[in-house]
Design a protein around this ligand. Structure first.
Ligand code: ASP
Length: 580
């Protein structure tokens, strides 16, 4: 074994320009084939893979197995038969020296981009999983995005500032991770759900433009696009209107897409009102790469004799072209499971076959209603429509929106390598909490209501809109933010509407409210979800593909097993007793 590594080049960077050169490379054995007196090795380093040819009766060859580390010196030759699967597939290194740098235990799965190893086992041996070039490439992408953010924001007068991780709880709406204090037993820090209040205080401080690549912590149920600790590109500015701010952010997005995947984002991005997104696409993060729009058909049935429709306040439908024959009973049953999630009984189905409407509910429709349905939905042979009805508009909209996405996926309605970027703007300021039924902020309690709605705050709170925006990329919420309240009076009114008592405000964020009294500039900002941005650019729908050491779906780190129990002694120091 040796310590002095000889390296003139990186494996993946060699090309036909290097033919004839003597080079030294070092890397891991990704594959080996033994053809008697010839041994072929694919050697992998952080840049890629190159084939090495070793003439075993001409040079001394150590024992070589998968994942051993070799330091190889040799001449670059042109290959007789190129390998189209490798970037370096036109050349190979004819080895004249092969030194074993280290051996390796046999890995529990074969390390290659295409793998059928289960995710559980890959996550447990994440350091081996990360050797797969496709995964490494995701992290190169992630790092590049961060670098572009630094460049762009630096060029636009932003100052990078770190804010504490040991912080008080902030009102982003999720559960906090708490950290017990040893010095103040019974008191806890909260890991920040975002740097929200700190960045607003930096605006009070007069920094004017702040950013941070900030880790955030939220104790929520995990999903394919959600992790308990994640990273935001967090931004705040002073003295800009919403339009000026969005334009500044669009410049950043354009630069990221250009410099990572060489894609030209056309500016300005489309701005869609929240109401349109929800009413037409059934989602506050609409993917507009496919149609399947929601159509309001209530008016067709305003005099219906069909009790179900007559009594439903809202009836809407989506049409899927040419899908009537293929939409089997089994598929319908699986869609109806989805319907239940939105408190809908089912999606009622009507097909257009043999020039007429078919389906169990047709008998309840008058001839005129049928005619109107055909023309409103613009039905043609083999089309199918899915109808949702309810007295709660939200359930109809979001229920059809979810179906819309599922069918688009199933029928591959989305062209690969296409990008759909837009802003959703004008969110309502408040919503009714699904769990408690109480009024809660749609974003957070420091979001500024639009000026025109200020006089409706108390009388019609649910009809008040706010200066808020989300950036949507391919149906993902890749970021969001808003303008903030900067006057004490509005802030107090909002707190009152939310039912925060004076005592509670003082206890929770009195220090923040106090800061707003010292000449707060009009300000606003947003945060991009770095992982979601990376997912879109890497074309993966699994957030774990862009986090080096992610948690599994039960919130456990499979490599380290965190969270783990701690020593009795540590607990005692913190004054904590565990109640199992
Ligand atoms: N702090 C907000 C969030 O994490 C983003 C913002 O409003 O800037 O969603």
């Amino acid at each position: 074994m040796i310590l002095n590594i000889k390296r003139t080049d990186y494996c993946g960077e060699l090309s036909t320009n290097d033919i004839g050169r003597e080079v030294s490379v070092v890397g891991w054995v990704s594959k080996r084939r033994n053809l008697g007196s010839l041994l072929f090795v694919d050697l992998r380093d952080s840049s890629g893979i190159i084939q090495i040819i070793i003439k075993t009766d001409e040079i001394e060859v150590p024992d070589i197995r998968n994942e051993y580390i070799l330091n190889v010196t040799g001449k670059i030759n042109k290959k007789d038969v190129p390998n189209p699967n490798l970037k370096t597939g036109e050349i190979e290194i004819d080895a004249n020296e092969v030194i074993l740098v280290n051996t390796a235990k046999q890995p529990p799965f074969i390390i290659a981009d295409k793998t059928d190893a289960l995710e559980d086992i890959r996550l447990k041996y994440r350091y081996l999983d990360l050797r797969r070039p496709a995964l490494l490439n995701n992290f190169k992408m992630r790092a590049k995005i961060v670098k572009i953010c630094h460049e762009y924001l630096d060029a636009h007068r932003f100052i990078e500032v770190e804010t504490p991780y040991l912080a008080p709880s902030t009102p982003e709406g999720a559960r906090d991770y708490l950290v017990p204090s040893r010095l103040h037993k019974g008191s806890f820090y909260a890991l920040p759900q975002s740097p929200q209040l700190y960045k607003q205080m930096l605006m009070v401080a007069g920094f004017e433009r702040y950013y941070q690549i900030a880790r955030c912590f939220r104790d929520e149920d995990l999903r394919a696009d959600r992790q308990p600790d994640f990273t935001q590109v967090d931004i705040e500015t002073s003295f800009l209107t919403q339009d000026q701010f969005l334009t500044l952010m669009e410049g950043l997005i354009q630069k990221i897409f250009k410099e990572t995947i060489n894609y030209d984002v056309k500016l300005p991005l489309r701005r869609m009102k929240y109401d349109e997104a929800v009413n037409v696409y059934g989602s506050d993060k609409p993917d507009t790469r496919f149609d399947l729009k929601l159509v309001d058909i209530k008016s067709i049935f305003s005099n219906s004799t069909f009790e179900t429709f007559a009594s439903a306040k809202y009836i809407k439908a989506i049409k899927v072209e040419n899908f009537a024959k293929d939409c089997s009973r089994k598929k319908q049953d699986s869609y109806n499971l989805l319907a239940k999630k939105f408190k809908l009984n089912s999606y009622m189905i009507v097909k257009f076959e043999g020039g007429a409407l078919t389906g169990g509910i047709i008998k309840h429709f008058s001839e005129e209603e049928q005619k109107q349905l055909i023309s409103t939905m613009d039905l043609h042979e083999n089309d199918i429509i899915f109808i949702a009805h309810s007295n709660i508009l939200r359930n109809v909209n979001f229920g059809l929106g979810a179906l819309r996405s599922e069918i688009a996926e199933e029928l591959s309605l989305i062209k690969p390598h296409t990008y759909d970027l837009l802003w959703v703007v004008d969110f309502p300021l408040f919503e009714k909490s699904e769990e408690t039924g109480e009024i809660t902020p749609c974003h957070h309690p420091f979001t500024r209501p639009v000026d025109e709605d200020l006089d409706k705050l108390e009388s019609e709170p649910y009809n008040v809109y706010s200066y808020t925006y989300d950036i949507i990329m391919n149906g993902y919420e890749a970021g969001g933010g808003g303008l903030r309240i900067y006057d004490q009076e509005t802030q107090d009114r909002i707190f009152k509407i939310l039912g925060f008592s004076e005592e509670n405000i003082q206890k929770k964020f009195g220090w923040f409210v106090e800061s707003l009294k010292y000449g707060t500039p009009p300000h606003g900002g947003m945060a991009f979800g770095l992982e979601r941005l990376t997912m879109v650019l890497c074309e993966t729908n699994n957030i774990r593909d862009v986090i080096a050491f992610p948690k599994n779906l039960s919130g456990v780190c499979p490599v380290t097993n965190a969270p783990v129990e701690v020593d009795e002694e540590q607990l005692k120091e913190l004054g904590i007793k565990i109640d199992k």
